[in-house]
Design a protein around this ligand. Structure first.
Ligand SMILES: [Zn+2]
Ligand SMILES: [Zn+2]
Ligand SMILES: [Zn+2]
Length: 162
C-alpha cells in the first residue's frame, strides 16, 4: 500500500487556508469539512459536503495534492494515487494511516496483556476499533494485499501472530 508519490512537484508555497469554501461562498452553499489545494491554494469543501468542490477542482484542473484545512488537520492527500502521502527520507510516499494507527494500538494492547484474538467489537480506551483492525489486517495478509513495509510493521509488534 505504500509507494513513492511522484506528484508533489506541483506543491507550491500556499497561503494559510481560509475558513470558508471559496466556491460555496459564491453560490450560497454549505460545507462540512474544508480542504486546501497545495498547487493553487484554494480552500474548498470535502466529499461529505453537498457540492464536493475539492474533488471537482481536481477533475477540472488536475491539481493533484491537497491537505486537510480544518483546525488540527495534519494530513496530505494525492488524488492521483488516491492515498494519503507524507514526506519521507527518499521523497514523498503514500501510506495507510489506518494501518499505522492500528499497529500502534495493537502494540499497546498486546504489551498490556491483551489477547491476540480479540473479538471484532473490541474498541480501545482511546476509541480505536481494534477488533475490526485485527480482522482487516489478517484478511489483507491472507489476500496478499499488504506490502512488505506494512507486513514488517505488523510483524514488529511484540506478541503478534497472523
Ligand atoms: Zn501522488
Ligand atoms: Zn464548496
Ligand atoms: Zn488547485
Amino acid at each position: 500500500m505504500s509507494h513513492p508519490c511522484s506528484h508533489t512537484d506541483a506543491i507550491t508555497r500556499v497561503r494559510a487556508p481560509r475558513d470558508v469554501c471559496e466556491a460555496c461562498v459564491e453560490i450560497g452553499g454549505e460545507w462540512v469539512h474544508l480542504r486546501q489545494c497545495l498547487e493553487c491554494g484554494r480552500t474548498l469543501c470535502c466529499n461529505s459536503s453537498p457540492n464536493q468542490h475539492m474533488s471537482g477542482h481536481f477533475r477540472e484542473t488536475a491539481h493533484p495534492v491537497m491537505r486537510g484545512a480544518m483546525p488540527g488537520d495534519a494530513w496530505t492527500w494525492c488524488f492521483v494515487d488516491d492515498a494519503n502521502i507524507r514526506e519521507a527520507p527518499g521523497g514523498w510516499e503514500t501510506y495507510d494511516p489506518y494501518l499505522e494507527a492500528g499497529a500502534t494500538a495493537a502494540r499497546d494492547h498486546l504489551r498490556s496483556g491483551g489477547t491476540a484474538d480479540p473479538s471484532d467489537d473490541l474498541v480501545t480506551p482511546e476509541g480505536f476499533p481494534l477488533g475490526e483492525w485485527f480482522a482487516y489486517v489478517r484478511d489483507a495478509h491472507e489476500e496478499g494485499a499488504l506490502d512488505e513495509r506494512d507486513e514488517d510493521l505488523v510483524e514488529s509488534i511484540d506478541g503478534w501472530r497472523w
